[in-house]
Design a protein around this ligand. Sequence first.
Ligand code: TLP
Length: 346
Amino acid sequence: MKTIDLRSDTVTLPTPTMREAIYRAELGDDVFGEDPTTKRLEKIAAERMGKEAAVMVASGTMGNLVCVLTHCRRAEEVILGNRSHTFLYEAGGMSALGGIHPHTIVNQPDGTMRLEDIEAAIRGHNVHFPRTRLICLENTHNRCNGSALTPEYMETVAALAKDRGLMVHLDGARIFNAAVALQVDVKELTRHADSLSFCLSKGLSAPVGSVVCGTKEFIAEARRNRKVLGGGMRQSGIIAAAGITALEQMVDRLTEDHTNAQRLAEGIARITGLSIEPEKVQTNIIYFNLVSQRLTVEKLVTQLNNKGIKILQVGPTRLRAVTHYGISAEDIDLTLTALGQTMEKS
Ligand code: TLP
């Protein structure tokens, strides 16, 4: 039976070109700074993001943690959204390993945080308070419908940060999805961030890895913090080789994933018992709700699973589907048929 796995774009498998690149990769010991393929990936990534330097890390979670550890000392504070990945799903790494204090403020449905909320969260000088050091943004915003933050919004936050002597970190796990959706060069979205981390292993389909970008000094320190976390890798060109292919070949096609997500959302809107606002879907992530009382989300997920279709439950009545390289327009139609039949039979 064919599997249509819509749980995440993290499930993507490397393309044949990536496998070939992995096979042929020139390798060395990267902790000695001698892996030519990793160095090449880091150079390409930094240029692409408009930053001076870059360092490859094992995952998006490690990328964000390395950046927070590099910006902040113990008892300093990070302002971030209450629905941000770093706050919700990174196992409290900044507190556990850095003694760093997360200060959450509300994420609006479009993934932004209101400027007045950010401003109100910035601490004044007082011996009782932690010191605010960093603002984290997420683009696209996973939990907020995969929405894309605009260059204008990012610029306003950066201006506020600069004015108040703070740094800005961008969790750009899916930054290319944002750039493609907004039809802007990715640099328009990264230029206002002091640091950023983006993933090679989500929509770009590489098997492993993320890249952290920033100034030369920042990256030198980030490299040290990566080592602290046990993230210094040896013949890491095996990973970097697929990452280079990802950057060279997999960015422009993301638009297909967005078209498929729209198709899926519009189809779901026509199925009785499910609810979705298709106009909110901007990229490859869609959230929808089960409104019918005739079955539970658990049952819906199991019944789809039995038909080879995998969708993620993210709340008592909420589901997530993510389109990616492994999903075709035909898969979307098969999914809609299966969803329609399951709802009808319930
Ligand atoms: N997100 C995963 C899960 O952890 C939820 C997914 O399936 O969407 N930032 C953002 C915005 C992310 O969505 C993710 C992964 C990460 C960081 C972490 O990346 P990894 O999984 O490589 O540590």
